[in-house]
Design a protein around this ligand. Structure first.
Ligand SMILES: Cc1ncc(COP(=O)(O)O)c(C=O)c1O
Length: 396
């Protein structure tokens, strides 16, 4: 079917592929609460636990380490607040180490802990490519004193500029000092291999809708020895998380993950290699359209998520470009969230040392497994006119 629009905003949410939709819809027909002991309940429980097993297997954790949540935001909140409370209850330190340029779920949960729960918050600077250097973490632990630190939190892949963090190294440094790490892997899933046990993290957050699963479904992978106090109370359905479990959501998540990860391990059948090649041609095309465009984040390669291309365009406002491209049939994003409806320069770019005026011209393109060359061509055809108009609007 010819595509009438180009969707280049997979990091915001990724469309649900047909096989996932079919599995999800079929599971929505399930009758019964998985906590019920009758036959309906047991059938629901079997579907739920099968999905848990499959996701746990694909993410390198044990069945009992996977807690289903309502998405990435809840997972991050449960990890930060839950682990902080549990550590404080055990008489351990109150300092939280958080990398700069994190998603707002992490930033705001950490700030809430600082403002209301007595936490001391230490921000860990990132470099010009958005990377948290292992030495930065080591120095922060030494400066705070390991015994004073409740937990450390950092992102696996930056959702704006696509930087892949050296997660295993960072987790190793933290755990050598007796500090549990939480890693936000929401933007990493489907882009780089996410293996919980090999990461060395105490907790990892993931979300289904970024890989074509249902919105409102996610998971916190919480190591057996890690303790997180619950955010909400009212049942004992899952360790640290109460509430009737969403069978269809879990089945949809498992189907999406199976599809997203299936091709990546098989030589000669690499969906990610195709995405990387398309992304690289997008980067080359954007550079040809505007030699002044600056690619933000790491150079294309192992340190950059395959589906991410993020630019700043001098003399343009990113939100004007989003609007103009939208009118031309292309969905893209400035990458950062609006604050109360007002476009603010990205806190990620600012943390990377990008001046405010340059950060205002940010535009993020994110590709998925089903992105086509036609969609990239549509962008490249629309971009010169959008740039010209955005620049003349800026001058006016
Ligand atoms: C890095 C990162 N963390 C957390 C979230 C929140 O995930 P959810 O939309 O599932 O609540 C997002 C979503 O944009 C994200 O990109």
């Amino acid at each position: 079917m010819p595509q009438t629009r180009a969707y280049l905003d997979h990091a915001a949410t990724s469309p649900m592929p047909e096989p996932v939709l079919a599995a999800y819809v079929d599971a929505l027909r399930t009758v019964g609460n998985p906590a019920s002991t009758h036959a309906h309940g047991q059938a629901a429980s079997e579907a739920l636990e099968q999905a848990r097993d499959e996701i746990a297997g694909l993410l390198g954790c044990d069945h009992a380490e996977l807690i289903f949540t309502s998405g990435g935001t809840e997972s991050v909140n449960l990890a930060l607040k839950g682990m902080y409370w549990a550590r404080r209850r055990a008489g351990l330190g109150s300092t939280i180490l958080v990398a700069e340029g994190e998603h707002h779920a992490t930033i705001e949960a950490a700030e809430w802990l600082r403002d209301t729960q007595g936490a001391t918050l230490v921000w860990l600077p990132i470099d010009g490519a958005g990377r948290l250097a292992p030495e930065t973490l080591s120095s922060a632990i030494a400066a705070a004193g390991a015994a004073e630190v409740a937990l450390a939190s950092f992102i696996w892949v930056n959702n704006e500029v696509g930087t892949v963090q050296p997660v295993a190294q960072l987790c190793e440094i933290a755990s050598a000092a007796g500090i549990p790490s939480h890693v936000d892997a929401v933007a990493a899933l489907g882009q780089v291999p996410v293996d919980f046990t090999r990461s060395g993290a105490a907790a990892v957050s993931v979300s289904a809708h970024k890989i074509g699963g249902p919105v409102g479904v996610g998971a916190l992978l919480l190591g057996r020895r890690a303790v997180a106090d619950p955010l909400v109370h009212g049942g004992t359905q899952q360790r640290a998380r109460s509430g009737t479990q969403d069978v269809a959501g879990a089945v949809g998540f498992a189907a999406a993950l199976r599809l997203a990860l299936a091709p990546t391990g098989a030589p000669g059948n690499t969906a990610l290699a195709r995405v990387t090649a398309l992304r690289n041609s997008l980067i080359a095309g954007v550079r040809a359209a505007d030699p002044g465009a600056v690619l933000r984040g790491p150079a294309p390669g192992a340190e950059r998520a395959p589906g991410n291309a993020h630019f700043t365009f001098p003399g343009c406002q990113g939100d004007s470009l989003v609007f103009l491209l939208d009118a031309a049939g292309v969905s893209a994003s400035v990458g950062s969230a609006c604050q109360a409806g007002v476009a603010e320069p990205s806190h990620v770019l600012r943390a990377m040392g990008v001046p405010e005026a340059e950060a205002a011209g940010a535009l993020r393109f994110t590709l998925g497994a089903h992105t086509t060359a036609d969609e990239v061509d549509r962008l490249l055809a629309a971009l010169p006119d959008a740039l010209r108009r955005a620049r003349s609007a800026g001058l006016a």
